[in-house]
Design a protein around this ligand. Structure first.
Ligand SMILES: Cc1ncc(COP(=O)(O)O)c(C=O)c1O
Length: 395
């Protein structure tokens, strides 16, 4: 059957998996070898080639199977999987950019992107950078320079859940000879597929929804083979941020249930967002599925199946009481990361170095809440009992 014609759930299960020819096992095994036997005369081998039968940093079986699956879910021709989401992001930037290039990136991005562009690539490698509120198309057009090579956006953006219009930004990028990369981690390919909307690269932290169980790390870059071949050679093979076969195997297994899990994350998160919104003690809720989100219409237009499991909210209280609230939660765990089976919450206090870039409501400290797959009534009960203990909710 033609792969592209199969549904998303079917591809999540089947793509990249086949009956193992050696053992007849119905799941492909983990190949933990880091090296492969050479032919009789190896002189013609390209030692820097992306060949899975040479050396695992050049390409191993398990990473190749996972690449097939992710490329299929992102609906594109090629994918590279690396050791983490940050390895994928830096792999893309190091392969694509050279000294003297200009890049525009969202004012709301994962912190490593902020640091890469604001501290490392600009200062050490002379990459010119503009930080732009990419929910504002005019601001992007105004920031374009003759040497703009790349626009990098994250939508929804971590941690404020800002939304950027992928289709419109792809048009701006392409009419100015620039490329567009989209960090799709908070949406996952089940909810949003940036490459279908005109982006050139789609990045996922596989550590999050695609693995989904909080037990491994990985990252992917998906897009056209012509660019990915360069990234594979320059960043995977020569920078070396390769994923372990075991992690690739775990993520492959997690990805099988991505659509089922995302449906539940979407359902739970909208219910929690609507619940929090009604509470007197909540100062604000940011979730792209709420009608009062500034970019709700854009979110609806580009997020096909829902808005993901991450939301941000604040309490009408002080720094210490925010921490106290978290300490009273019994089911919801205080930890970084997101997209796991279990609910995770993190208090982002007032010292975030990127806070000057966020809207005012985020300046007094706020929570990033990754709503998990638990029964939503239990999550609401947990929030209520913690609010009662800090006297923000009457019994
Ligand atoms: C949007 C986004 N991109 C990238 C990353 C980095 O991924 P990793 O932790 O797998 O390196 C994260 C991590 O939280 C993230 O939230």
């Amino acid at each position: 059957m033609e792969n592209k014609k199969l549904g998303f759930q079917t591809r999540a299960i089947h793509t990249g998996n086949e009956i193992d020819k050696d053992t007849n096992a119905i799941k492909r095994p983990i190949t933990m070898a880091n090296s492969y036997a050479l032919p009789y005369d190896p002189t013609d081998i390209n030692w820097s080639g992306a060949n899975k039968n040479l050396y695992t940093r050049n390409g191993g079986s398990n990473q190749q199977y996972l690449q097939e699956k992710i490329a299929s879910l992102e609906n594109t021709e090629d994918c590279i999987v690396l050791a983490s989401g940050v390895a994928a992001l830096s792999g893309l930037f190091f392969a694509l950019l050279k000294s003297g290039d200009h890049i525009i990136f969202s004012s709301v991005t994962y912190i490593a992107v902020y640091r890469l562009f604001n501290e490392l690539l600009n200062n050490k490698f002379n990459i010119q950078t503009s930080i732009v509120d990419t929910s504002n198309l005019e601001a992007i057009s105004d920031a374009i320079r003759y040497n703009t090579k790349l626009i990098h956006i994250e939508t929804p953006g971590n941690p404020t859940l800002s939304i950027s219009d992928i289709k419109a930004i792809a048009k701006i990028a392409h009419s100015n000879n620039a490329l567009l990369s989209v960090d799709n981690t908070l949406a996952s390919p089940y909810n949003q597929r940036p490459l279908e909307l005109g982006a050139d690269f789609c990045i996922e932290s596989l550590t999050k929804y695609i693995n989904g169980h909080g037990d491994s790390m990985g990252g992917s870059i998906s897009g056209k083979k012509e660019y990915l071949d360069i990234i594979r050679k320059e960043s995977q093979i020569n920078l070396g941020g390769v994923i372990s076969p075991f992690n690739a195997w775990l993520i492959m297994r997690g990805a099988v249930t991505l659509p089922l899990r995302m449906k539940k994350h979407n359902e739970n998160a909208i219910k929690i967002a609507e619940y929090l919104e009604k509470l007197e003690c909540v100062s604000f809720v940011s979730y792209p599925g709420l009608k009062n989100h500034k970019s709700y219409e854009i979110a609806i237009s580009q997020m096909e199946n829902g808005f993901g499991g991450v939301l941000a909210f604040g309490l009408k209280t002080n720094h210490d009481t925010h921490n106290l609230f978290i300490s009273y939660l019994q089911l919801i765990t205080s930890a970084v990361s997101l997209g796991h089976d279990e609910s995770l919450i993190v208090f982002l206090g007032e010292n975030d170095e990127r806070q000057y870039l966020y809207p005012k409501e985020f300046h007094n400290g706020f929570f990033r809440f990754s709503v998990g797959l638990e029964d939503v009534e239990d999550l609401i009960d947990d929030i209520n009992q913690a609010l009662e203990k800090i006297a923000l909710l009457k019994k």
